[in-house]
Design a protein around this ligand. Structure first.
Ligand SMILES: [Zn+2]
Length: 268
């Protein structure tokens, strides 16, 4: 199916060539923005706005995207000069490029501002794994009465996919059964972090990340236990043995993919 604008005003062969040129470019723009999003999602497990933003800037570089679009624009202009409808196509291309940039921008904003973890669950298999995992970790918490397990699994799963904060999940937990705020917080922190950590692990595995960097939560309630590991680079195989976050009660550490490896993957 042909996509993009149509040019019925032009003679058929010209219109077809235009249409094909535009389709090719739109495809390139779309795949470019998808790759960009993939990389953002990849590092988005922590749901930390600043980090996701600086990640986007450092690795993907909005200027880099703009450069790519500029190149595409030039390519299309070369085609249209050849077939002699320069002005018409130039305008269309600019609009298409602007739209693609806008799409990328709004996608980034959506991912950054309103965490939507369904984006980083690539398929049902990972959903299933996550829910099963939540069920397993919930059942290990001795203080949760058994009759509330299923309701909790549902609530935690929903909170994780909606990108809720620890505090909001803790509130939801207290609405299910009577427990202290501190205890609900502890459960919320552990469950959300464990879920994100597992999804991250799966994502890294999928795209072949071999090395990760350990990051402690950067605020006044840092993980004292994990502090010595902050910024340390680990082989994934080693973490598989030593354990991913959360490593202890109230651990809010995360791991991110090794920057150099990500860059290599992005280059391909
Ligand atoms: Zn920790």
């Amino acid at each position: 199916m042909a996509r993009g604008p149509r040019y019925s005003r032009f003679p058929a062969p010209v219109a077809l060539e235009l249409q094909n040129a535009l389709n090719a470019i739109i495809d390139e723009l779309v795949s470019e923005s998808e790759r960009v999003l993939d990389l953002i999602k990849l590092d988005y497990q922590a749901l930390v706005r600043d980090r996701a933003l600086s990640f986007a800037n450092r690795h993907l570089g909005l200027d880099r995207i703009e450069r790519a679009l500029e190149e595409l624009r030039e390519k299309l202009i070369a085609v249209t000069e050849r077939i002699g409808v320069y002005n018409a196509i130039k305008k269309v291309t600019e609009l298409a490029a602007r739209k693609a940039l806008k799409d990328i921008e709004s996608d980034i904003k959506r991912v950054v501002r309103k965490p939507d973890l369904t984006l980083i669950f690539p398929d049902k298999a990972i959903r299933a794994i996550s829910e099963a995992r939540i069920r397993a970790t919930v059942s290990t918490v001795k203080t949760i009465p058994v009759q509330f397990h299923e309701a909790l699994v549902r609530t935690i799963y929903d909170a994780a996919t909606a990108g809720k904060s620890y505090a909001d999940l803790a509130k939801d937990i207290r609405a299910i059964y009577d427990t202290t705020r501190a205890r609900a917080q502890t459960i919320a922190i552990h469950e959300l972090n464990d879920t994100y950590s597992e999804v991250t692990r799966q994502r890294h595995k999928e795209i072949g990340i071999q090395h990760v960097r350990w990051l402690i939560a950067k605020d006044d309630r840092v993980c004292e236990i994990c502090r010595p590991m902050d910024g340390e680079r680990f082989r994934v195989a080693e973490l598989e043995r030593r354990g991913w976050p959360p490593r202890h009660v109230r651990c809010r550490c995360t791991v991110i993919a090794d920057e150099e490896e990500l860059k290599e993957i992005f280059k391909k």
